[in-house]
Design a binder for this molecule. Structure first.
Ligand SMILES: *Cc1c(COP(=O)(O)O)cnc(C)c1O
Ligand SMILES: [Zn+2]
Length: 468
């Protein structure tokens, strides 16, 4: 193709390539997913990851400030033969790797090596901004004027923010009643056209794909391979914060599986470029109420299989979901997805990194969410699935107590205030009634408010009883 960046079908028997500025969400030849691919020999890449540190001194330049674009040599798609494309940024990626010894001990990492990658500190409050910076850059390369997505919430919040900043139109498809308030508020406030579909996320996802094809909307879901290019940088920042050392484990919640796919691609490329000498193992964590990946991999033995994924097994599984009327159902709404669009790319990432998949029940997610907030910044429910998953893997002995573990904290605590309010204010029986959770045990980290008269003596009595 003679270009340094192009799009390529992930199926090894097809591997068709397409121009970098084409707008595609699937291979036109075989229908499989597409990668953004690079001819690395024709690109200038640094010899050492520490080379990127020189950008820190130039933080007043927006592209060096951006936690995505300061690594731009590793996602160098935004060029055409004649021009350098302007890169889109709203200041994403100012995130934090938070070393949390206390939480680590609590979940069994006696070596004190638990790190939380806080992606909730992004401008829209979730990791999605990393992907949007890259995808909106591509949308502009392609001359798009209208962006669309189906969303459990954070994709729409992020897309609406970027569209507003760029003066583009945003169209949002959400399943009715299936969005946390903080996220809906963001989408509406940013001025996005918000369609509340009478159906669930999987319905919204199918419809937005069809509508995008028909109307030429630029699709911002993570089937868009440019999203994943931006999300690779989450891992670059983890390495950066660890002094460019590779951790033993990356633990991430799995919804549409964009993150896990992007992380795998990031590490495969870094190893190819000789910038790291080993890969971490990736653990993808499902909720038991949306366990497609876990079911297919752990029960069904599904694997990447050198690109020849057993598609029949996947169709059979989806057929069974349909026949039995099984819908995804979890309080971790950001991962309430039964048909993950990036399934195959995730399988590739699992194979490359010797990864594993686990599932955790909502009770465990709710408890871990509360526990995360007890020792540092909090998170939204789906994010806590990573910590719950890490704990499970430590209990199993797969993660050893001295391993260095990074849990990706995908979204901000303010996104979904409904759960923590209920978790911390309802008596166990009512909690069970309202959420259908904690029917056989009480919540572990509940912090009930204490009601008192407007009377100093009574308040003093309560505080004396609570003295450290
Ligand atoms: C989107 C999202 C997820 C799921 O990520 P995938 O890349 O779709 O697997 C998890 N947590 C939060 C907070 C999200 O917004
Ligand atoms: Zn193909």
């Amino acid at each position: 193709m003679g270009e340094w960046a192009f799009q390529r079908c992930i199926h090894p028997d097809c591997a068709a390539t397409f121009d970098i500025d084409a707008v595609l969400t699937a291979c036109p030849k075989c229908g499989d997913l597409l990668d953004v691919a690079y001819d690395w020999d024709r690109l200038e890449t640094p010899a050492r990851l520490s080379w990127f540190e020189e950008r820190w001194a130039r933080r007043t330049r927006p592209l060096d400030f951006s936690g995505v674009w300061r690594f731009r040599e590793l996602l160098a798609f935004a060029r055409t033969k004649t021009t350098e494309m302007p890169l889109v940024t709203v200041g994403e990626g100012q995130t934090l790797l938070y070393h949390n010894v206390r939480l680590g001990r609590e979940i069994g990492l006696s070596g004190g090596q638990l790190h939380l990658q806080y992606e909730g500190f992004n401008p829209s409050g979730s990791f999605k901004d990393n992907g949007m910076a890259a995808a909106f850059t591509h949308a502009r390369m392609a001359g798009a004027t209208r962006a669309a997505c189906a969303s459990t919430g954070n994709t729409s919040a992020s897309m609406a923010l970027y569209a507003a900043a760029l003066g583009m139109k945003a169209v949002i498809f959400i399943g009715s009643g299936k969005i946390a308030y903080g996220k809906l508020a963001q989408a509406l406030d940013s001025g996005g056209l918000t369609l509340q579909i009478r159906g669930d996320f999987d319905d919204a996802m199918r419809l937005v794909q069809e509508a995008s094809t028909r109307l030429g909307l630029y699709l911002m879901n993570s089937v868009n391979p440019f999203r994943l290019e931006g999300q690779k940088t989450i891992m670059y920042r983890v390495l950066e914060a660890l002094g460019w050392e590779v951790p033993d484990w990356i633990v991430v919640p799995g919804g549409n599986l964009g993150n896990s796919s992007a992380f795998g691609k990031a590490f495969i490329e870094l190893a190819h470029l000789g910038l790291i000498d080993r890969l971490p193992r990736i653990a993808v964590i499902n909720s038991t109420g949306a366990r497609t990946l876990s079911a297919l991999v752990n029960d069904g033995g599904l694997s990447w299989n050198a690109g020849h994924v057993d598609e029949e097994a996947v169709s059979r599984y989806y057929g069974r979901l349909d026949r039995d009327g099984l819908r995804a159902h979890t309080l971790a709404s950001a991962i309430e997805i039964n048909r993950p669009v990036n399934l195959k790319k995730c399988l590739r990432a699992l194979e490359a990194t010797d990864g594993v998949v686990r599932e955790v029940p909502d009770e465990e997610i709710a408890d871990m969410k509360a526990l995360v907030a007890r020792s540092g910044p909090g998170c939204e429910p789906a994010s806590a699935a990573s910590v719950a998953g890490a704990r499970l893997l430590i209990d199993e002995g797969l993660i050893s107590s001295s391993d260095r573990v990074v849990c990706v904290i995908t979204g901000n605590v303010l996104k979904d205030p409904d759960l923590p309010v209920k978790y911390n204010s309802l008596p166990a029986a009512e909690l069970a009634g309202q959420l259908g959770l904690f029917t056989d045990r009480p919540p572990r980290w509940q912090n009930l408010p204490v009601e008192v008269e407007a009377d100093l003596e009574e308040i003093v009595e309560v505080l004396e009883g609570d003295a450290p």
